[in-house]
Write a protein that binds this ligand. Structure first.
Ligand SMILES: Nc1ccn([C@@H]2O[C@H](COP(=O)(O)O)[C@@H](O)[C@H]2O)c(=O)n1
Length: 304
């Protein structure tokens, strides 16, 4: 692809010049986007993390809740459980974002964190019907531009696979509450198991934590997506980078990483790993601009 053609891509997507955007190799990004545009929406799938990727990290200077945080800030769990969940967060979150520990070193701590948190939540006898109100009260927010993001994918019949180490029941409710849980969206996450009275008695399946999504991805992706060899991947953690490992016949992948926290410390690692890094950017402007560019020629299709 010639230099002039590449510059055209950049001109068509001015969002890539925003101050929040960092790219290790802008030419490579442009080449991938151009390939994706030529192959069109029928060859595309989007694989995304949820907490702090599709949801906001902060709003008006206050941190927004993760799906676990939504339960934490609700009246659904007791003050004692909240205090214990906070202690767990203070203990393990620094490990999750520690720049000088390897993923292998972090994994046992993450397993411990998730297992302990689930044990605490199970003891609270949460009822399924309480989750709707907990989400409503939480003020959980999808990133600015979410409607266009979900709608463009829907209208172009592009599958959106969400791999989340959060709580599936909660995040489904967040998407539903925002009116964008379209039929092209599939969620792989930690789901609560309710008894016949609607009271949580366990979590289903193996725990999904920040650094083992790859295994889930390998098992699940092929069940839902066929013949889509181009992937737009969105994440906020280095653990999200290999979420597309289950995609067979992968041709082009563009990884966009939200760098929300400890920006200075983690910039180098993120720029090395993600094709596009969005620093302290609370919007979906860049993914939307790329999606609009890729799907520009197929606007009049019937949604799935
Ligand atoms: N008890 C917990 C466990 C995890 N978290 C946070 O939730 C995030 C979910 O993971 P994603 O990979 O889907 O973003 C994770 O980043 C943890 O910080 C929590 O708040 N409480």
């Amino acid at each position: 692809m010639g230099l002039i053609e590449l510059k055209v891509v950049l001109l068509q997507i001015p969002e890539l010049k925003h101050a929040s955007v960092r790219m290790r190799d802008g030419g490579r990004v442009e080449t991938i986007i151009e390939h994706m545009r030529r192959e069109g929406p029928n060859a595309l799938q989007v694989i995304s993390d949820f907490d702090m990727t599709l949801t906001r990290f902060a709003h008006k200077g206050t941190r927004c809740p993760t799906s676990y945080g939504i339960l934490h800030s609700s009246t659904v769990i007791s003050e004692d459980c909240k205090a214990k969940m906070s202690d767990l967060f203070d203990l393990y979150y620094p490990v999750e974002i520690n720049n000088s520990m390897s993923v292998e070193e972090k994994i046992p701590h993450m397993e411990e964190w998730w297992t302990r948190a689930h044990d605490l939540l199970i003891k609270e006898q949460i009822r399924k019907d309480q989750l709707v109100q907990a989400v409503r009260d939480s003020g959980a927010m999808l990133r600015e531009g979410y409607k266009s993001f979900f709608d463009v994918l829907r209208w172009n019949s592009v599958p959106l696979l969400i791999f989340s180490a959060g709580v599936g029941d909660i995040l489904e409710e967040v998407i539903t509450e925002h009116g964008v849980f379209h039929p092209n969206v599939r969620v792989f996450s930690n789901y609560m198991d309710f008894d016949q009275h609607g009271v949580v008695r366990a979590f289903k399946g193996d725990v999904i934590h920040t650094f083992n999504k790859r295994e889930g991805a390998l098992q699940n992706t092929q069940q839902f997506v066929h013949d889509r060899s181009n992937v737009l991947l969105l994440g906020d953690s280095l653990g999200d980078l290999d979420m597309a490992d289950g995609v067979q016949g992968l041709r082009n992948i563009l990884r966009i990483g939200y760098l929300n926290d400890k920006v200075e410390e983690r910039r180098e690692a993120y720029v090395k790993s993600y094709d596009i890094v969005l620093e302290k950017d609370e919007t979906l402007d860049v993914p939307n601009a790329i999606l609009n560019y890729i799907t520009a020629e197929k606007r009049d299709h019937t949604p799935v």
